[in-house]
Design a protein. Structure first.
Length: 205
């Protein structure tokens, strides 16, 4: 599927709305990662939780907003409490038009164990948000490591933590990744581009 047009709200407004939904204040300059995915085993949220615990243990202030719901919601909330990460990870549930909040994030993380070609990741790239994702399914086809995003091994909390730390400390890298990824999506994955490519295939027959 190609990316169609969607209306993202401004960064400040997106952060204000997510602050309201998570019942906590997102501080100015705070590094905020986000993910939009069902809360199921294949999406790898438990490894992201472990990665954020490692980041937190190093005294680095990184917070996360998880948008989505699913069978692991209760278990994840319990694990967040048990690890003392209630002020680090916030589950806000399912949101209509979740993509409009992408501008709030400093990085979009998709730690899937299994994946196809995730539409939410394409939306994040199109919105100019740097992406950290796992080397599984169609994601390595979309992301060139350290050029259009950061790729890590699936189910590897330490490597994921290192990628999050790297992004949080290097704003120049994040800007480059975001810019390159947006160009890739605009060139190859917009709805208009894909319709045009399909039309050319049919016309060439």
């Amino acid at each position: 599927n190609g990316i169609g047009a969607f209306t993202a709200i401004g960064r400040d407004d997106a952060r204000k709305e997510l602050s309201r939904l998570s019942a906590r204040e997102i501080a100015q300059g705070e590094f905020l990662i986000g993910t939009i995915a069902e809360l199921t085993k294949n999406k790898g949220h438990e490894y992201l939780l472990d990665a954020l615990a490692l980041v937190h243990a190093r005294g680095i202030r990184v917070c996360a907003i998880w948008i989505g719901e699913g069978e692991l919601q209760k278990i994840l909330k319990e694990k967040i409490r048990a690890r003392g990460l209630e002020k680090t990870i916030f589950l806000v549930g399912f949101l209509d038009d979740a993509e409009k909040y992408l501008s709030a994030f400093d990085a979009f993380v998709l730690p899937s164990l299994k994946e196809g070609t995730p539409y939410t990741m394409l939306e994040a790239m199109h919105a100019g948000v740097p992406v950290i994702a796992t080397r599984t399914g169609g994601m390595p086809d979309l992301i060139q490591d350290s050029k259009t995003g950061i790729l890590v091994r699936p189910a590897d909390a330490r490597e994921l933590a290192a990628a999050i730390l790297r992004a949080s400390k290097d704003s120049s890298l994040c800007e480059t990744l975001a810019r390159n990824a947006k160009t890739v999506v605009q060139m190859d994955y917009t709805l208009e581009r894909m319709l045009s490519a399909t039309e050319k295939i049919y016309l060439s027959r």
